[in-house]
Design a protein around this ligand. Structure first.
Ligand SMILES: Cc1ncc(COP(=O)(O)O)c(C=O)c1O
Length: 378
């Protein structure tokens, strides 16, 4: 049996007519730039995320960039070294400096205690903001982070690229501070190309972001700031609006797949395999189902599964403080041991909503086989 890591064609087949019709509507209207579908989608997402404003932009990366620019952040921005590159790339491109803090071993999210330590050190007077990342679809410890931010007068920007719909103590991600979302095709709400969005409850900030995404013009052709060209495409907004109708159902299926894996793999001892942990007050929307393979066997398991037709992925093989492009920041191996260890052990399994029952059973069967555990899977 072949089990792809992600098969978006299946999802498309299930909503083909609605999608094609939505695209056709935009083609007929010819309003490709900030057409009415963008505003309508923004309104719906603001509502879904319990935020006052939602502003569509061209990607999750640009959502981070514009949030930083609109907040006037230069100096240091604390974030996690265990995230997709864009989090730190956007900080640098906004003219600020990424300052890393290690992660929690169980959630892979930034460790608030490590952030506190950083702020306690004299050399870090230049810190202006924190970007927690809700990695794999699980919210970072927002209460702890918001408290630190309040005490030190810091801006908080949630990188919610992987976490649309996730909740922290009943609050939607993106509603607690400035939220940055990505509609990259593999996300839980993914477009057919790039797309992103920013949520905020701050009227003035929303206005600044809207101006920045249109070259800084307000009104058109009058520029008080130098902005960017980064708008959510109308065709993407039309596609995303169709998909938003299915998001809750898809999230439920992802969580169901995750529950299945966690139950079926629970007989493998913890010193061989660690399963994803859901921290208190979180829901986890499982953009990724990520296991930890101990004793240096992660690559062996990956290879074994590949040989059985099962595709898996490693998010992320090299933490950001060790990326060659960030060598100028002066970090070295050993600086963030928890992130470094995670990068050697993590393995993400197929968890998308269209995964067939037989496929997830096959994945489990093969993992049990690798660890030589006998169990009936169903
Ligand atoms: C954590 C995180 N931040 C930022 C991004 C950037 O989003 P995009 O690819 O839409 O630019 C992504 C995803 O790709 C991501 O996973």
């Amino acid at each position: 049996m072949k089990v792809p890591f992600l098969d978006l064609k299946r999802q498309y087949e299930s909503i083909k007519e609605e999608i094609n019709e939505a695209i056709q509507t935009v083609l007929e209207s010819q309003q490709f730039i900030l057409g009415p579908q963008v505003e309508e989608f923004e309104r719906r997402i603001a509502n879904y995320c319990n935020a006052k404003h939602a502003i569509g932009v061209a990607s999750g990366t640009d959502a981070l960039l514009l949030s930083l620019k609109a907040s006037g952040i230069s100096g240091g921005v604390v974030t996690t070294p265990f995230t997709f590159f864009a989090t730190a790339g956007a900080i640098h491109n906004a003219g600020a400096t990424p300052i890393f803090a290690d992660i929690e071993p169980d959630t892979y999210n930034i460790d608030a205690e490590e952030v506190k330590k950083l702020l306690g050190s004299k050399s870090n007077k230049m810190i202006r903001a924190i970007i927690p990342v809700h990695l794999f679809g699980q919210a970072a410890d927002m209460d702890a982070i918001m408290k630190i931010a309040e005490e030190h007068d810091l801006v908080v920007i949630e990188d919610a690229a992987q976490a649309i719909g996730e909740e922290y103590n009943g609050k939607k991600v993106g509603s607690m501070s400035i939220g940055c979302f990505s509609f990259f095709p593999s996300k839980n709400l993914g477009g057919y190309g790039d797309g992103g969005l920013i949520t905020t409850n701050d009227d003035e900030l929303a206005d600044k972001i809207r101006t920045l995404r249109m070259h800084g013009a307000k009104p058109k052709y009058y520029h008080h700031v130098i902005g960017y060209n980064t708008r959510l495409d109308t065709i993407q907004a039309a596609i995303l609006a169709v998909k938003l109708n299915h998001l809750e159902e898809w999230t439920t299926k992802r969580r169901d797949n995750a529950r299945f894996y966690s139950k079926a793999l629970s007989d493998i001892t913890e010193d061989e395999l660690e399963l994803p942990q859901i921290a208190e007050g979180r829901k986890h929307i499982f953009n990724q189902y990520t296991i930890r393979v101990k004793n240096g066997r992660r690559d062996n398991l990956k290879e074994f599964l590949e040989g059985q037709g099962i595709s898996t992925a490693i998010y992320y093989p090299l933490p950001l403080h060790l990326q060659p492009c960030f060598s100028f920041l002066g970090y070295k191996r050993g600086d963030f041991p928890v992130a470094e260890e995670a990068s050697k052990e993590v393995l993400s399994l197929p968890v998308y909503p269209d995964l067939e029952r037989e496929e997830r059973e096959y994945v489990v069967k093969k993992i049990l086989e690798f660890f030589e555990v006998e169990k009936d899977v169903q």
